[in-house]
Design a binder for this molecule. Structure first.
Ligand SMILES: Cc1cc2nc3c(=O)[nH]c(=O)nc-3n(C[C@H](O)[C@H](O)[C@H](O)COP(=O)(O)OP(=O)(O)OC[C@H]3O[C@@H](n4cnc5c(N)ncnc54)[C@H](O)[C@@H]3O)c2cc1C
Length: 394
């Protein structure tokens, strides 16, 4: 069992800037959603995560509560509803500002089912989505392997035809919700191409190899598909469509990683303001020193720039339906995660020694942000994606 702390703020700081909600790409329904989720998070999350020592149990509790309150409808939309990426990004930003584990739990229900929502058959949607939407079952997305992370096409997990279905063999690692999910979407090499499968966690031959502890505690594991049998109707989006399914899914969730980073960054800015205002120093306050003001100004600038890129990407997808938003998504994810890392580092500096004390909010933020620059496409990968989109028309 992991024993580290996860920050659970006791409500929203009065300093939190909400002026961005007036930006033109939000509609009234987005502003209402933000207000309601903010109230819900402030009221419910401290009790759900307050004395948290066990990320697995906390995740289950939070997913159940998110489902019961209807928030998971955003990540796992009902039949015919489709994704509204602005709503997903707002939800992730607000949840992350309160408690990173709550954002993680919300996001994983979406990431682990979006391939089915977007590319699944009506039967697959009926089988897997209601449980994920209600928070009754947890989901995972199994793409990465020990020798295939950024280089997804190097994946070694294989699908072989067998009577009535397929046999899957290989190792998937760094799988969020690994070991506690009830269902995974996984990807395997299928001849010259790749195929996506919906797999029940209790499928014969699907084994837990190890639980992985990381810098900020989240449920995570390495899984082995040991001649794991899945029926023919487990194929998502048709045989050979695996890369399209994976990239289509990541297109939705990549900007939302930026939104989660933005939530952590806003929290860091709030914490910095309250510390700078409250800390007496040299006969005045830390906030009165111009070097502090420069830091605060740069933090606020980066927060707004990140928000502009994140919600630009979300709006572009909502407006364009299924149209790819590869460049906008890459810019949003890249900038928001890199900027949040810098903002949080400055927040720790403003807090001084109290900022590196185990359990301090900014200390937790410092651990939480790091992995976001690596998963769902490392920053270097996003830069390559952006450059390719610029050079494509040459
Ligand atoms: C917290 C967390 C949660 C995760 N959850 C999941 C999950 O649920 N499901 C899943 O499938 N995977 C998950 N992952 C795995 C994640 O997707 C991979 O870590 C990511 O794709 C990078 O792969 P890698 O770790 O193997 O790094 P590598 O591919 O070995 O890359 C290492 C580094 O190389 C650099 N790099 C990459 N490409 C280039 C390039 N072209 N030029 C120069 N440098 C480059 C980057 O800095 C990169 O970070 C998770 C990872 C973390 C940390």
């Amino acid at each position: 069992m992991l024993t580290e702390r996860i920050f659970v703020p006791d409500g929203e700081s009065a300093l939190s800037d909400k002026s961005y909600l007036a930006w033109p790409w939000f509609e009234d329904r987005h502003r209402e959603l933000a207000a309601q989720l903010q109230d819900w998070a402030a009221a419910k999350l401290p009790a759900l995560l307050g004395d948290h020592r066990d990320p697995d149990a906390s995740c289950r509790k939070v997913v159940a509560a998110l489902g019961e309150a209807g928030w998971l409808d955003l990540a796992v939309p009902g039949e015919g509803a489709g994704f509204d990426l602005r709503s997903i990004c707002l939800a992730r930003e607000i949840l992350a500002r309160h408690a990173a584990l709550a954002d993680f739990a919300f996001a994983m229900q979406g990431l682990g089912t979006a391939s089915i929502t977007l590319f699944g058959t009506p039967q697959q949607r009926a089988r897997w989505l209601p449980g994920a939407r209600s928070g009754r079952h947890l989901t995972g997305f199994a793409l990465s392997e020990p020798d295939a992370g950024s280089d997804v096409a190097a994946m070694g997990t294989r699908a072989r035809e067998a009577p009535g279905g397929f046999r899957l063999s290989g190792i998937k690692t760094w799988i969020s919700n690994g070991g506690i999910a009830d269902q995974y979407v996984m990807f395997a090499r299928d001849g010259e191409k790749y195929t996506a499968f919906a797999v029940a966690a209790d499928a014969p031959g699907l084994k837990l190899v190890e639980r992985i502890e990381i810098i900020a505690p989240h449920p995570m594991a390495t899984l082995q598909f040991d001649d794991c049998f899945v029926p023919e109707d487990a194929v998502i989006g048709g045989r050979g469509a695996g890369m399209r399914v994976a990239l289509g899914t990541l297109d939705v969730f990549r900007p939302s990683v930026g939104a989660a980073a933005l939530g952590l960054a806003r929290r860091a800015l709030d914490e910095s303001l309250s510390r700078a205002i409250g800390r007496p120093m040299f006969g005045a306050r830390l906030a009165d020193l111009q070097l502090t003001q420069v830091k605060l100004a740069e933090m606020a600038l980066k927060v707004d720039a990140a928000a502009l890129l994140v919600y630009r990407a979300a709006w572009a997808r909502d407006r364009g339906g299924q149209q790819r938003i590869t460049r906008e998504a890459a810019m949003a994810k890249l900038y928001a995660t890199e900027a949040a890392q810098e903002i949080i580092d400055d927040a720790v500096q403003i807090w001084g020694a109290a900022g590196v004390r185990s359990g301090a909010v900014v200390e937790s933020l410092y651990r939480e942000i790091r992995a976001m620059r690596i998963y769902e496409g490392a920053s270097e990968v996003q830069k390559i994606v952006i450059a390719r989109s610029l050079l494509k028309s040459e």
